[in-house]
Design a protein around this ligand. Structure first.
Ligand SMILES: Cc1ncc(COP(=O)(O)O)c(C=O)c1O
Length: 211
């Protein structure tokens, strides 16, 4: 499919006055997404999982079918592995304030990279302040990449959490998350991947990645 055919799916891009260059921050929505949201509010909107009436049951089915589709899309074993949140910022904060606060103690270490979006930086700074853990940064070389040496020198036996962006929204760098995950798991750390910029473009298989 060429770009002109893809563009036809986006009502806002039918306005010839607009050349939209800010998809890295907010993507425009195709007609299929706009219609699905409209249809939900017109036909199904009700409290999912909490009502015994037909509208609530239909809303529950719509939610759960979406969970199944997303599980299949990223090859998660169970739909229950999919947890909906408002956005990446909420997911990262939730993980930091639940798992992070609960499991970190003084002198433990968290590793992130220097290219993180603020939403994958500020929650970890706060967790460190509260727990006494230390925040370490993986730096980049002249090609804007995190080298194997950098990964191996920053992730140590003290590292309990590695939280890393898959693709940088600023640099476009695609991080070698396979290598980072493998190395972190060997050291006993858990890994959080911010896939905000990669999931629409790169096939993600959470089973293969062992996330
Ligand atoms: C790499 C990355 N992480 C996190 C975010 C924050 O995303 P959200 O608006 O879904 O909270 C963005 C937003 O552009 C991003 O590019």
């Amino acid at each position: 499919m060429n770009i002109e055919e893809i563009k036809k799916d986006f009502p806002i891009l039918q306005n010839k006055e607009i050349t939209y260059l800010d998809s890295g921050a907010t993507t425009q929505k195709p007609i299929q997404v706009i219609k699905a949201i409209e249809e939900y509010y017109e036909k199904y909107n009700a409290n999912p999982h909490r009502g015994a009436y037909s509208l609530s049951i239909e809303a529950t089915e719509a939610y759960e079918n979406t969970r199944k589709k997303i599980a299949k899309f990223i090859n998660a074993k169970q739909p229950e592995e999919i947890i909906f949140s408002k956005n990446a910022t909420e997911s990262l904060n939730l993980t930091a304030y639940s798992y992070g606060i609960e499991n970190l103690k003084k002198d433990d270490e968290i590793v992130i990279s220097i290219m993180e979006h603020h939403s994958n930086l500020v929650p970890w700074q706060k967790v460190c302040k509260q727990t006494g853990a230390k925040l370490n940064y993986m730096y980049i070389n002249n090609e804007f990449e995190i080298t194997e040496e950098e990964i191996e020198s920053k992730i140590t036996d003290k590292t309990k959490i590695v939280s890393i962006t898959h693709v940088s929204n600023v640099l476009g760098t695609i991080n070698n998350i396979e290598k980072i995950i493998k190395y972190a798991h060997k050291r006993g750390a858990i890994v959080i991947v911010d896939a905000s910029q990669s999931i629409p473009h790169i096939k993600i298989d959470v089973e293969k990645l062992r996330l």
